[in-house]
Design a protein around this ligand. Sequence first.
Ligand code: 6PG
Length: 242
Amino acid sequence: MNPSINLVVLAQPDAVGKEAARRFKEWAHERLKEADSFSVALSGGSTPLYLHRALVHDADSIPWKKIDVLLGDERALPPSDDNSNFKMAKDSLLSLVPIDPERIHRPRAEASDLKMAAHEYSQTLIALAGDPPAVDLVFLGIGDDGHTASLFPGEPEPEGWVAATRAPEGTASDDRLSFTYKTLVAAKKLIVMVTGEKKAATLERISQDDCDLPMARIIRDRDQGTTILADQAAASRIARED
Ligand code: 6PG
């Protein structure tokens, strides 16, 4: 097991969501003892729904008025599209908690010029998290192919803090906006949520030191370590060392 990984195995996906929410709340309160705001980047896909459900349930104990929400990646779609990560976050979380609408920072992924939209979002990131940007907390998922955010295996590493990227043919919207490797490496805390048997082989690969999948590269380059919250199904192929 890569020593930079703090692997926490939970019984079921709901428990992964609850543990992620607990860590979100704990870290936000801790950071806000010495800062005026807390920046968090949500991830897309379906796994975050477990986290969002837990955050809505525990909403009263989270300092929403001081929290800035970003998206770690987005599909090049209008925010009303069912495949939009923003729509998923809005429907499952942002519309259900007392967050300041001014502190919801959505990338303009519907723009015709995605490179310009990426540049604009980079500026938002810098305004919220400093230059170079160090987001307080970033949530990520892992695709079956080992991609994370919208950084895909075999693709060249993009420049900047946010980039326009391309997903393989056939995925939900080929054109994307994504935090880059260096933004994900620089995050103060990085929590990866992974559930289900389908992810077991990929998680096993990522846990090995010689893996070159996007998630493995990010973990290797981070000084701060990375927490992976996995359910038993996703962690079923990882040899337990304890
Ligand atoms: C996206 C996501 C992506 C996601 C993984 C896992 O826009 O598709 O940001 O990186 O985290 O594909 O998705 P699931 O949680 O649906 O398995």
